[in-house]
Design a protein around this ligand. Structure first.
Ligand code: HEM
Length: 489
C-alpha cells in the first residue's frame, strides 16, 4: 500500500514536471524544447550559432524560441527581425539578462551588464567622451600600433617555439587599449604585469556560472567561480591604483584619457559617477575591447596569409593613397580610408566571413512586447544570430568563401552592407565600434606596408575554423614575417 502511494506521488510529480516543461507562454515563437532541465544545451556542441541556425530552418520562423534551464529564450534569425527588435523597438529589447552573481561581484557597476537609468547615463557619457577625443585617439592608436608591431617582437614569436603570433597581438591590443583608456603601457617581458593580459580572457564556462550561480558550489565550477572573483578583483585593483594616480595630477584643462574624462564627470557630482563605477566601467571596456580586437587582428592575418593576392592589392592601395607613410611624414587616418575601396572591402569581408560575436551579447525584454506577430513576455532573454545573417545564402553567394571583391560595385567602389553587423545594431550597439574600426584599419596598414607575411611551411596555412570560446577567435598559428625589401625573417 505504502509503495503504491510513493509510485503514485512520483508519477504525478513527473507528469507535472513534464507538463510544466512543455508549457510555454501564450502565442510564443515556436522552437525546440530539448531535454528537461538542460533544454537544447546538449545539442550546442562547439558551434551553437550553427545549431540554432539549423533549428531556425526547421521551424521556418524569423524569431524562434528554445529552452535552457528554467528559461525560455528567443533568437532573432534575420536582419529584418533584428532591425525591428534592436533598432525600431530597441528600448523594449535594451535590457541584459540578470546575473545576480555578477551584480554581487560588481555591486551593479560597469556598463556591459548594467541596464535601466544607470546604463543610459553611462552610455551617453561613453559615446560623448569617445567621440570628443576620437581624433586624438586616432593618432595615439597609430603611434602605439606602430611601436607595438615592431619587427623585434615578431622575431621573438618566430624564435620562441611556444609563442604564437596571437600572443603578440594580444599584448599589442592590451597596450593600445590601456593607453587610450588610462594612459598606461605594459612592458612585454614584465612578469608582474603579464597577468593583466590573461586574467580577462573570457571562457564559456564563466558565462555558464554567471547565469547559473548555484553551480559555484559544485567542484569543477567552483574553480571557475574562484577565477572569476580573482579576475575581477585583480583587474579592478590595478585600475583603482591607476585612477588614484590620475586624481593626484588631474588637470581639467588637459584631459589625457578616458579615466581623466570620468574623473571630470565625478567632480560634477553626477548621480552615477562614483569611484566604484569608474573601476568597473574601465574594466568592462578593457574586457570588451581586448578579446574582440585580438580576434579581429588574428583573422586579418589568417586571411592575408591564405590570400596573398589580397596582401598584394592592399599593399598597392596603401602605397598609392598614403604616399608619405614610409618616410614617417604621413599618419594614416579615416580620410585615407575613403580612397581605399579594396581595404574597406577586405575589412568588411573579414567581419562577414569571421563573425566574432556569433550570437551577440544576450539582451532582455524590459517589458512585454509583440514581435513578428508573437507575444514575448517581459524579462525574456534574447539572442541575435549574427553568424546566420553573415551566412545568409539569399544575400551572399557561396558565403563560406572569403571574397573581398563581393563588396565592390562594377566601378570598383566600396559598397557598405546593412547585412554585415559585427558590432550589432540599435540601442546597445558596440560602444567601441569607432575605436575598433580605426584599430583594425591602422593594424592592417602598419602590417602590410612594413612587412611581408608568409605561411610557415612547417605548420602550413592557418585554418578558418575557430576555437571554442564565447568569441570566435582563430586557433593558435605560426607565420613567417619579412621586413619589406629584405630577406630578414
Ligand atoms: C572587432 C572588435 C569588436 C567587436 C566585433 C565588438 C562587438 C560587440 C558586440 C557584438 C557587442 C554587443 C552589442 C549588443 O549587445 O547588441 C559589443 C558591446 C560592447 N562593446 Fe564591442 N566590439 C569590439 C570592440 C570593442 C572595443 C574596442 C570597445 C571599447 C573600447 C568595445 C566596447 C564595448 C562595450 C562597452 C559594449 C557594451 C555596450 C552596451 O552594453 O551598451 N568593443 N561589442
Amino acid at each position: 500500500m505504502e509503495y503504491c502511494f510513493w509510485y503514485f506521488t512520483i508519477a504525478v510529480f513527473s507528469i507535472y514536471c513534464l507538463l510544466s516543461w512543455q508549457r510555454r507562454p501564450k502565442n510564443f515563437p515556436p522552437g525546440p524544447r530539448g531535454f528537461p532541465v538542460l533544454g537544447i544545451v546538449p545539442y550546442f556542441g562547439k558551434y551553437p550559432e550553427k545549431v540554432l541556425s539549423k533549428f531556425a530552418d526547421q521551424y521556418e520562423s524569423r524569431v524562434m524560441s528554445f529552452r535552457m534551464g528554467r528559461m525560455d529564450w528567443i533568437v532573432l534569425n534575420d536582419i529584418e527581425t533584428i532591425t525591428q527588435a534592436l533598432v525600431k523597438q530597441g528600448e523594449d529589447f535594451a535590457g541584459r539578462p540578470k546575473s545576480p552573481l555578477f551584480d554581487m561581484l560588481t555591486n551593479g557597476c560597469g556598463i556591459v551588464f548594467v541596464d535601466g537609468e544607470k546604463w543610459k547615463a553611462q552610455r551617453k557619457f561613453g559615446i560623448m567622451t569617445l567621440r570628443r577625443y576620437m581624433l586624438h585617439i586616432y593618432s595615439q592608436l597609430h603611434n602605439r600600433l606602430k611601436y607595438e608591431t615592431r619587427i623585434k617582437n615578431f622575431m621573438k614569436c618566430n624564435l620562441n617555439k611556444k609563442m604564437f603570433i596571437q600572443t603578440l597581438f594580444r599584448k599589442a591590443v592590451t597596450n593600445v587599449t590601456c593607453s587610450v583608456l588610462m594612459g598606461k603601457r605594459y612592458d612585454y617581458d614584465d612578469p608582474d604585469t603579464n597577468f593583466f593580459m590573461y586574467v580577462i580572457i573570457r571562457r564559456p564556462s564563466k558565462t555558464v556560472v554567471m547565469y547559473s550561480p548555484i553551480l559555484r558550489f559544485i567542484p569543477p565550477f567552483r574553480w571557475t567561480y574562484k577565477k572569476i572573483v580573482n579576475s575581477i578583483e585583480q583587474v579592478t585593483g590595478v585600475i583603482r591604483n591607476i585612477s588614484e594616480m590620475h586624481k593626484q595630477d588631474f588637470d581639467s584643462s588637459t584631459k589625457r584619457d578616458f579615466v581623466d574624462h570620468f574623473i571630470a564627470e565625478m567632480n560634477k557630482e553626477g548621480e552615477y559617477f562614483t569611484d566604484e563605477q569608474l573601476h568597473h566601467y574601465t574594466r568592462d571596456l578593457l574586457v570588451a575591447a581586448i578579446n574582440t580586437t585580438t580576434a579581429a587582428f588574428g583573422w586579418c592575418v589568417v586571411s592575408l596569409l591564405r590570400h596573398p593576392e589580397c596582401q598584394e592589392k592592399i599593399w598597392q592601395e596603401v602605397d598609392k593613397v598614403i604616399v608619405l607613410f614610409k618616410s614617417g611624414n604621413e599618419t594614416p587616418s579615416c580620410k585615407h580610408q575613403e580612397n581605399m575601396p579594396y581595404m574597406r572591402s577586405f575589412i568588411q569581408e573579414i567581419h562577414r566571413h569571421r563573425s566574432i560575436a556569433t550570437l551577440n551579447l544576450p539582451h532582455r525584454t524590459v517589458r512585454s512586447v509583440r514581435l513578428c506577430g508573437y507575444d514575448i513576455p517581459k524579462d525574456t532573454p534574447v539572442l541575435t544570430n549574427i553568424w546566420r545573417v553573415h551566412n545568409n545564402q539569399n544575400v551572399w553567394k557561396n558565403p563560406h568563401e572569403f571574397r573581398p571583391d563581393r563588396h565592390l560595385d562594377s566601378n570598383g567602389n566600396f559598397v557598405s552592407s546593412n547585412n554585415v553587423i559585427p558590432f550589432a545594431c540599435g540601442y546597445r550597439r558596440c560602444l567601441g565600434e569607432q575605436i575598433a574600426k580605426a584599430e583594425i584599419f591602422l593594424f592592417i596598414v602598419n602590417i602590410v606596408k612594413r612587412f611581408h607575411l608568409v605561411v610557415d611551411q612547417v605548420t602550413g596555412p592557418p585554418t578558418y575554423i575557430h576555437s571554442f570560446s564565447d568569441q570566435a577567435k582563430p586557433h593558435p598559428y605560426r607565420i613567417k614575417i619579412f621586413l619589406y625589401g629584405t630577406c630578414q625573417g
